[in-house]
Design a protein. Structure first.
Length: 370
């Protein structure tokens, strides 16, 4: 008990020392694994002429005062550090603020979660995992003696219906979320998790589900999670620069913080979106099965899952077949298949706007694209 208190105090101190709330610069305080790229391939082109995109963005602020602003003004008003709009492999809008450039690393928070679910899909394609319906104890035998854990499936982790107890208050330095983010012993933390209710009972979005998916990837791939990402996605997609993934510690027990903390250029996040826009196919090579892409980007309310979230992708508006990866501070990888559009948006420090706010803005922008 004394050891637990000491460890918790260390994590609280680390959290408070760096400001408590996560920020874009936190990754500099964590150990990292490098995800190498090969010779970059430049699939996105600059337009021949100015598209005059987004000349009128209708905004409603917290006081419900409506106004129209330019897209450039919008990005500045909302502490945007990088904003890309790509259509048919052409960059029709590109903006960086606050000292960021096209070569800068941006740190993903929950926006990384679809990368993890994609690696699960690839492991299924390769036969390393038989099915998303498999029990997690088939791959993580150390959980066999935990009461109730023999009923949790990989699909439960993907859909956040596992029933595992997890507190997720980002402002509370002793919440499970803070312990995972700032902690330095995630393997032990995972083993100490407990059930709150049986699986398939309730949707509860939690970082521990994605952390356990990462642990399964490590087990079935026989290497690090970063290496699997490098071999299966980063190099095959011709990413323009290496990436890094933050670790919980700097020794042989280290593991990636798979619920967050992948650092890369904004354009390389867009390439991941392009992979999904093309049904998992990358210029003739099937990186992840079309089945997995369709499963992940369409609603599946089975097992009390939410109809607007599946395999760590947000779904909707359904009318447009759109889907998105979303993270803290309005991070977005938004895919609009009908018009072949990819939107990448990263921000820092702004917590006051709900994800639906950003989707409404994106749709305004898309509506102005002929």
């Amino acid at each position: 008990m004394i050891f637990f208190i000491c460890c918790s105090s260390c994590n609280v101190f680390r959290s408070l020392r760096h400001g408590g709330i996560p920020s874009q610069s936190d990754y500099k305080h964590f150990a990292q694994r490098v995800i190498a790229n090969e010779a970059p391939v430049y699939y996105f082109h600059k337009p021949i002429k100015d598209s005059h995109l987004g000349t009128k963005i209708g905004l409603v602020n917290r006081d419900f005062n409506g106004t129209n602003v330019s897209l450039d003004s919008f990005t500045t008003l909302h502490k945007t550090i990088s904003f890309l709009i790509i259509r048919n492999d052409t960059i029709v809008y590109e903006r960086y603020n606050k000292g960021y450039t096209s070569n800068s690393f941006v740190s993903s928070f929950s926006m990384v979660k679809p990368f993890v679910s994609t690696l699960i899909g690839i492991a299924i394609d390769e036969g390393k995992i038989k099915s998303e319906n498999d029990l997690i104890i088939d791959y993580l035998p150390e959980f066999k003696n935990k009461i109730g854990w023999d009923k949790i499936t990989i699909k439960n982790l993907l859909q956040h219906t596992s029933g595992i107890r997890f507190t997720d208050n980002k402002l509370n330095p002793v919440s499970d979320n803070a312990e995972f983010y700032w902690g330095d012993n995630l393997r032990e933390k995972m083993l100490n998790l407990k059930l709150e209710y049986p699986p398939n009972t309730k949707f509860k979005y939690s970082s521990e589900n994605t952390m356990l998916l990462g642990y399964i990837i490590e087990k079935v791939s026989g290497g690090t999670i970063s290496n699997y990402l490098e071999d299966k996605i980063w190099k095959p997609l011709g990413m323009e620069a290496p990436a890094t993934w933050s670790l919980d510690r700097d020794d042989d027990k280290a593991i990636e913080k798979t619920f967050c903390c992948l650092q890369a250029r904004a354009i390389d996040f867009a390439k991941f979106g392009r992979l999904y826009l093309n049904g998992g196919n990358w210029n003739g090579k099937q990186i992840v099965s079309k089945r997995w892409v369709e499963l992940s980007t369409h609603s599946d309310p089975s097992g009390n899952n939410k109809h607007f979230y599946n395999n760590n992708w947000g779904i909707g508006p359904l009318k447009y077949g759109s889907y998105f990866a979303v993270g803290l501070f309005g991070q977005y990888l938004y895919i609009y298949p009908e018009k072949k559009i990819i939107i990448v948006r990263f921000g820092d420090a702004e917590t006051s706007y709900h994800p639906n706010y950003w989707q409404e803005v994106f749709l305004q922008i898309i509506d102005q694209m002929k």
